[in-house]
Design a protein around this ligand. Sequence first.
Ligand SMILES: [Zn+2]
Length: 60
Amino acid sequence: MKACRMCKKIVEEGETCPACGSDDLSDRHSGLLIVLDPEKSEIGKISDVKSAGRYAVKVR
Ligand SMILES: [Zn+2]
């Protein structure tokens, strides 16, 4: 499982991020953030999360 370096989205399969289209993926990430509703989520305000889904907390 990889995470996008640009938006931290967890990428389940494939080599490009479905959220932002970046192919800059890393398998060195930690933490898991599940965003159900980025509009209402506190996390959505802190991080630059624009769509629901699973995100890594840290991506190296
Ligand atoms: Zn991305």
